[in-house]
Design a protein around this ligand. Structure first.
Ligand SMILES: O=C(O)CCC(=O)C(=O)O
Ligand SMILES: [Fe+2]
Length: 294
């Protein structure tokens, strides 16, 4: 029977990344303190109360979803820049890009009676094959204890190495059972899905995913988070929302680093800056020199 590997929060990054390479998923236990779990639950509670159920064969009919969590919850902001999470993103995503960003934020409350979601791969939202690197990675933070009964996320360990058409058999599917405050991380190419909630209470989890910096974000963070509040965030989070240039020259604003929009340094004065990878600079310099010599 398949099982998800769980590790203590003190586990080193190389071990966590090695488990993810092999299994495609891992649980890091007790990353959030009980106070942080209570805080994030309280920040989201009024939004869940106001939200209707989803109505779709993928999202479910007895499930509530909230987006724009970076605007709604200060705890979600610190979760997004958690060092262990970023250690995973650095390891996997920097193989395919020069800088990554947040892909989406979504709180998912599976209500009693919701059946299991179809098993799927999230990275199919990016319409290309990329066997040599991951395009996106998910974190699922447990706000409630995730149990077999209440719909802990279904995962298929090892399925990130399978051919696209291989369908998981029941004995290959397991669940990310974990205590509130733990985080389940899985690669975008891993087969997974929300579990059936056979309990009497909702199951609340928070997904924050990250993708290659040259891909479109599933949830446009520039629109999801008002710029006035982004100004107050730490720079690492601002960069993760998309205020950066992916070299060469992808994402610049007025020919400048868009972070200047937050710091007030961005000037609309026609001053175009080049954002080039270090390794191409000597080649360009050589080309220029050859023009002078000719
Ligand atoms: O709620 C869950 O456990 C997973 C949901 C999911 O995979 C999705 O909606 O894409
Ligand atoms: Fe999914």
């Amino acid at each position: 029977m398949a099982e998800v590997v769980s590790v203590k929060p003190s586990t080193g990054m190389p071990v966590i990344n090695e488990i993810l390479e092999k299994e495609g998923c891992v649980v890091i236990e007790d990353v959030l303190s009980p106070n942080e779990v209570r805080a994030v639950a309280a920040e989201l509670a009024p939004h869940f109360e106001a939200a209707p159920n989803c109505a779709g064969d993928f999202y479910g009919y007895v499930t509530k979803r909230l987006s724009g969590l970076i605007a709604k919850s200060s705890t979600c902001r610190s979760m997004a820049i958690n060092p262990a999470v970023l250690g995973v993103m650095d390891h996997f995503l920097l193989k395919g890009c020069r800088g990554y960003h947040l892909n989406l934020t979504q709180a998912i409350q599976i209500g009693p009676g919701e059946p299991a979601q179809v098993i799927h791969r999230d990275d199919l939202m990016f319409n290309f094959t990329h066997p040599e690197f991951e395009a996106m990675i998910n974190t699922m933070w447990a706000v409630d204890d995730f149990t077999q009964e209440n719909g802990a996320t279904h995962v298929v360990p090892g399925s990130h190495t399978w051919p696209l058409e291989r369908i998981a058999q029941p004995h290959e599917i397991t669940q990310g059972v974990m205590k509130a405050g733990s985080v389940l991380i899985w690669l975008g190419s891993l087969q997974h899905g929300g579990g059936a909630n056979r309990s009497k209470r909702p199951r609340t989890g928070i997904v924050q995913s990250y993708c290659l910096g040259w891909l479109r974000q599933a949830e446009p963070q520039f629109l999801a988070v008002p710029v006035e509040i982004v100004r107050e965030f730490p720079e690492r989070l601002q960069r993760l929302l998309g205020y950066f240039v992916h070299e060469p020259n992808l994402g610049s604003l007025e020919g400048q680093d868009p972070i200047g929009l937050l710091t007030g340094k961005l000037k609309v004065d026609g001053h175009f800056q080049e954002f080039l990878p270090e390794e191409v600079k000597p080649m360009l310099a050589e080309y220029r020199a050859s023009l002078k010599a000719a």
